[in-house]
Design a protein around this ligand. Sequence first.
Ligand code: 5GP
Ligand code: ZN
Length: 114
Amino acid sequence: MEGCIFCRIVARELPADILYEDERVIAFRDINPQAPVHVLVVSRKHIASMLEPEARDGALLASVLEAVAMVSEREDIASSGVRMVTNAGRAAGQEVPHLHFHVLGGRMMSWPPG
Ligand code: 5GP
Ligand code: ZN
């Protein structure tokens, strides 16, 4: 989608520190990390959020969880703990309207989230 930051990263028009990729997703470090490890797992396809019908794709979601597992192992946070979050819509704090999952680790997390 024209002008979408994550579509431009997927297309390699913008740089990103990529940790994992397969045919459905790409995972790269968040530019403004909220934890020692903060990676975004992003669908290659432009889907606005998890609430879109296109997000209900078992193969896509399997790739998301594969990426989370791979990143957690590579970044050495699997044993201490990992949080995956996706924001959908303004009230949830979604800033980039392209489906993505935050993968956070390397520090103690609080609950409930703010
Ligand atoms: P949201 O608020 O939509 O759930 O999360 C968007 C995330 O994308 C934020 O954590 C923000 O720091 C990150 N982000 C925004 N623009 C860029 C960018 O150009 N490159 C990278 N790597 N991350 C970005
Ligand atoms: Zn996009």
